[in-house]
Every structure is written in structure tokens, then in C-alpha cells.
Write a protein that binds this ligand. Structure first.
Ligand code: ZN
Length: 260
């Protein structure tokens, strides 16, 4: 999901234990700050040093000076919210699944425009992710309209697409406060008590779960994880076109080598 970090626990484990970066420098640093403060380090210099060492172990190109100021500033902010909210402020985010219920899907299906239904599906996922990260978020999203439109895979002009979002506002699916300083959107069709309809466990382009709800068949490439459309008449694919091509090239290179 664009604009969201959902696997801080994996990011930290990978950086500290395996010395491997699985996300951007910034997302890794943000997670490490919480991690080291939770371990009891509350001295800004100490935190900065520990993070710098970890980052250097993961990446030979890491330049301390580029992030020093950022780490200091961010650490101060995290310590401040730790003092205010306690351990919750240091919780490493790890979201493994989001559940969409039957009633929620019915609400989305009732919308009379295909593009708007896709937007509504994505908005719901963002809202539910935020509810997992912060149970007090009450349906408010922590993302931008632009991210929502991209995740819904809707092409066209931004102004046209914002107009589609406005339709959701007019029909009271979402609430958008007027005069808000930044984009704030609240999703008003969350029904957690209804029965489970879809379990989302893949957050890379989750709009595909909506396509599957419409009856399309999709699965993930076993090699790179890209979504591939399953065509029923041919034999089931395991890999996307790109990976398939690379594998074929490897096989023919090997065959050539063996035949020499
Ligand atoms: Zn692939």
C-alpha cells in the first residue's frame, strides 16, 4: 500500500539479525529508532550511534552524515510521544491481514459506478489498516487522495478522479472536513461485526482482491510476486511473463552449455 509501512517488525529483524535492508533507508531508520528506544536507549547520541552502526552493516554505501540530523530530530519526537503515550508509541507495526466483511462489500457493490467502487474498496483497506495500527483512528485514513487513486488503478486526469472521490462524499460514504489543512478522509462504511468476506494478506496492489470478488482469477508469480491473471483454458501459470522469459533463457543457455 502506497504511503504505508506495514512490516516494521520484519524490517528491524532483517536489519539487526541478517544485516539486510528490505525497505528504504528512511523506513528502516524510523523502525530502528523505536526498536532501540524500546531496548532502553534514551540518549540521543547513543541512539544515533547504534542506528548508524546497524545501517553501515546493512549497506556499504550508507553515509552517516546524511541522516544524523534526521535521526536526532525523529528520536526526540519518538521519546516525547513515548513519555506521553507509553509503550504504544514504540510498537513496531506489523500488519499481516485485513478483513473485509460481507456488509462492507455490499455497501461497495451498491455504488453504481465501477471506478468509484474501486476507490471505495481501496479507501476501506486504508481505513482498516489504520484501525489496526491505531485502534483510536475511528475510520480516518492516513494517506493522500493521490495514493488512493493510484492503488485503485484508475487512470485519467487527477481532477476527474478527484471528482469521483467527491461522489463518495456526496453519497456520504466518506467524510472530508472542509478547510482541513491536509487531506483528511474518514471512511463511513466500516462494519466490523459482519461476517468475513475477504482476507487481504498481500498489500502489494490489493485492488486485485476486488477483481477476484468480481469473479476474475488472479494469483501471484512464484518468483517475483507480481499479480498474474489466470487464464482457465491454458495450463495454470506459475510465473509472470518476465520471470518465465528469464527462466527460459537460463534453461536454453544451460542446454547449450551441456551440448557443447
Ligand atoms: Zn515474476
Amino acid at each position: 500500500m502506497r504511503g504505508m509501512v506495514l512490516n516494521e517488525l520484519n524490517i528491524v529483524h532483517s536489519a539487526v539479525v541478517d544485516n539486510v535492508l528490505i525497505d528504504s533507508d528512511l523506513n528502516t531508520i524510523n523502525a530502528l529508532i523505536k526498536y532501540y528506544i524500546k531496548l532502553g536507549e534514551t540518549d540521543i547520541v547513543g541512539i544515533t550511534e547504534k542506528i548508524s552502526v546497524t545501517m553501515e552493516q546493512c549497506s556499504s554505501g550508507y553515509v552517516r552524515a546524511n541522516y544524523k540530523e534526521y535521526i536526532e530530530k525523529k528520536s526526540k519526537a519518538v521519546i516525547k510521544s513515548y513519555k506521553k503515550y507509553g509503550n504504544d508509541a514504540l510498537e513496531l507495526i506489523q500488519v499481516d491481514k485485513v478483513v473485509i466483511t460481507k456488509k462492507e462489500l455490499e455497501e461497495i457493490d451498491a455504488i453504481n459506478d465501477k471506478k468509484i467502487r474501486k476507490l471505495a474498496f481501496v479507501i476501506l483497506i486504508y481505513a482498516k489498516l489504520q484501525l489496526i495500527i491505531n485502534p483510536n483512528s475511528k475510520g480516518w485514513l492516513n494517506t493522500t487522495s493521490s495514493n488512493i487513486i493510484k492503488e485503485a488503478k484508475i487512470n485519467g486526469k487527477l481532477t476527474d478522479n478527484l471528482f469521483l472521490m467527491h461522489e463518495l462524499y456526496k453519497s456520504e460514504y466518506i467524510y472530508v472536513p472542509i478547510n482541513a489543512k491536509k487531506t483528511s478522509i474518514r471512511c463511513d462504511y466500516i462494519y466490523e461485526d459482519s461476517e468475513v468476506a475477504i482476507e487481504i494478506t498481500e498489500f502489494n496492489e490489493p485492488i486485485h482482491y476486488y477483481y477476484m470478488h468480481l469473479g476474475q482469477k488472479w494469483k501471484k508469480c512464484l518468483e517475483c510476486g507480481k499479480w498474474i491473471k489466470v487464464r482457465t483454458k491454458t495450463k495454470p501459470q506459475k510465473y509472470c511473463k518476465d520471470c518465465r522469459r528469464k527462466m527460459d533463457a537460463k534453461i536454453s543457455a544451460k542446454a547449450y552449455h551441456n551440448n557443447k
